[in-house]
Design a protein around this ligand. Structure first.
Ligand code: GLY
Length: 254
């Protein structure tokens, strides 16, 4: 069964980390409603949602994708690139221990799950402001013996690899080519986001459905023309915290 770990929105979300966006006031009550809509969407797409309590001391803790990389055999607890976020990993690790044996990355590694794009047995890992070479090296050491290959990808001008590109199913990567090196994806079809929607590449593909923020209608039409079932969600308040759709859940089979 598809399991999704999520975490309630922190009341301190307005103190979130920001790398590439100007700070705007976030309406916390509205962010909570939008996050509940996101969890409902995951349930509608067949996921069993395990919702963790908010972490008031960690503004970004709702973005549970970042402190861990879950593969079929293990969960690798990351050492986040944003020092203010490192404490998020403890309670997430306790939740993940119910589902997978844990492995842990050590200093000087930094790595965030938003930089890890898994397609089958390949993990494309962004070399970004948040993920360093040592993080990629330690992740590689953990997962290569399990049959995965790790492919580093240079990221520039955005927070994470999955800000720049995501798998949209059917051999297709939805992408903003300005923000990453496309060469490692030479075996995939690259579908460009609409030029007026540079942040639209972060989509969540579950089964035959691709979920995209409702503020990206032109890119939604691009996906529809590809023949994908497209669902839209309003996550506008969460996006002010530099969130994408993938970062608010950790998805894995149980
Ligand atoms: N606010 C998301 C992050 O910077 O980690």
């Amino acid at each position: 069964m598809l399991t999704a770990i999520t975490r309630a929105v922190s009341p301190s979300l307005n103190r979130c980390e920001l790398g590439y966006l100007p700070r705007q006031e976030i309406d916390i009550a509205q962010a909570v409603v939008q996050h509940q809509g996101y969890e409902d969407c995951l349930r509608a797409l067949g996921a069993s949602v395990v919702s963790l309590a908010a972490e008031p001391d960690f503004p970004d803790a709702v973005f549970v994708e970042d402190p861990a990389v879950v593969v079929d055999e293990v969960a690798v607890i990351a050492r986040l690139g944003a020092a203010s976020r490192r404490g998020e990993a403890d309670s997430l690790a306790r939740a993940l221990a119910r589902f997978r044996p844990l492995r842990t990355l050590r200093e000087p590694a930094t790595l965030e799950g938003g930089d890890v794009l898994r397609i089958g047995a390949t993990l494309f890992v962004g070399l970004s402001a948040r993920t360093n070479q040592e993080g990629i090296r330690q992740l590689t050491a953990e997962v290569t013996p399990l049959g995965y290959s790790v492919v580093p990808v240079e990221v520039r001008g955005c927070l994470h690899l999955k800000t720049a590109c995501c798998y949209a199913g059917d051999g297709t990567i939805l992408a903003n080519r300005a923000w990453f090196d496309t060469a490692p994806f030479r075996d995939y079809r690259i579908l460009d986001v609409a030029p007026e929607e540079p942040r639209a590449a972060n989509v969540l593909a579950i089964g035959d459905t691709v979920v995209i923020p409702e503020c990206f209608p032109a890119t939604a039409r691009v996906l529809e023309r590809l023949g994908r079932n497209v669902r839209t969600l309003d996550v506008s308040e969460l996006m002010k915290a530099e969130a994408g759709l993938t970062c608010s859940s950790l998805l894995f089979e149980t």
